[in-house]
Write a new protein. Structure first.
Length: 350
């Protein structure tokens, strides 16, 4: 008799009314895959996007939600050497083809046939998962399952933005917009860990005060201060070397004006709109760089996890909900009042 498990699925598009906890069959391990008992996941903005519309992302309903996950390996193929049963692992959610020119040159995040768990195919908000061995990495030893799950999207995205794309150096200054969000918090922690000077923005003083305890050097309240002017005051009129942002239109002008000549703006989102003024004169006269980035590749994920373990970096967790309280978890994510990741405990407590 096939064993069962619980999953979180979207059955349509709209609000929480299309999100259900369902009982279904536990997956069977397929060749080349490992069977994982997932202990925790964390929520991302894309979970809200998939619930709301999923527009532009090829998918079929019902769809198991979730991109982040961490758990324990329960079964692997005989002779498998990369993993061991009982090992604590974190999920890398990118399923790539391994054949296109980008995969072949080692930049699989640009794979032309890439499918993401929780977007194109069933995701990680399930109690069990059968996944290619290549998509599982050992958890940093000091992290719990919720903290480890946070690595898969936000921390990997921030890692690629800062170190692969923007090439941030320890002696440089970086401005991070919207420090309450997952990617922004991750970018703040990672940038500070290499010795860079980190300036962060938020519209809430409480979040700014918390950021100072987590590694930020200076803060700017975007609701009471003009960001670019304050940046210039903090940098003696020079500006910052790197801007990290995922807000889009609402902060674009401030972000551009905050950069030093030759500075780099790296973006991974557009929550406030995706058609900001180009400001082309500033772009070419000051020889600025605008860099797009999203997610990361398997090699970067391996480097990130090793670095996090070596440095003892711990993700900021706002709250953790049981799987059955997925509606409350989504509401918390959507509220904007959170500071850090919203976690989901996938197995029964106790």
């Amino acid at each position: 008799m096939q064993e069962t498990m619980k999953t979180v699925v979207i059955t349509g598009h709209g609000g929480n009314e299309v999100v259900e906890v369902r009982q279904g069959e536990r997956p069977r391990r397929r060749p080349g895959e490992a069977l994982v008992r997932l202990e925790a996941g964390t929520l991302n903005q894309v979970d809200l996007y998939m619930r709301n519309s999923g527009a532009g992302i090829t998918h079929e309903l019902p769809l198991v939600m979730g991109l982040d996950g961490a758990g324990v390996v329960e079964a692997i193929e005989e002779g498998e050497t990369r993993l061991a049963t009982g090992q604590r692992v974190v999920v890398f959610p990118n399923l790539t083809c391994g054949r296109c020119e980008f995969c072949q040159r080692g930049d699989d995040v640009l794979c032309t046939r890439m499918k993401l768990m929780g977007e194109h195919v069933d995701g990680t908000f399930a109690q069990w998962l059968s996944v290619p061995v290549e998509n599982l990495f050992p958890m940093p030893a000091h992290l719990d399952f919720v903290q480890a799950a946070a690595m898969g999207v936000n921390y990997l995205t921030a890692w690629r933005m800062l170190f692969t794309r923007a090439q941030l150096k320890p002696w440089e200054t970086v401005l991070v917009f919207g420090v309450g969000g997952g990617v922004s918090l991750a970018a703040m922690q990672l940038a500070a860990s290499i010795g860079a000077r980190v300036i962060v923005t938020s519209r809430e003083d409480e979040k700014l005060q918390r950021a100072l305890t987590l590694g930020a050097h200076e803060t700017i309240n975007g609701s009471t201060e003009e960001v670019a002017r304050r940046v210039m005051a903090l940098t003696d009129g020079r500006g910052v070397d790197v801007v990290v942002e995922n807000v889009g239109e609402a902060v674009w002008a401030s972000a551009m004006k905050s950069l030093v000549r030759g500075g780099r703006l790296v973006t991974c989102g557009a929550t406030s709109g995706d058609q900001p003024p180009a400001d082309l004169k500033r772009l070419f006269i000051r020889q600025l760089q605008i860099i797009g980035s999203t997610s990361g590749n398997a090699a970067e994920f391996r480097e990130l996890l090793a670095y996090v373990e070596r440095q003892g970096i711990t993700p900021v967790i706002d709250s953790v909900y049981p799987l059955e309280a997925i509606h409350e978890a989504l509401d918390r994510l959507e509220s904007g009042s959170r500071m850090g990741k919203v976690g989901l405990a996938l197995q029964p407590s106790g």
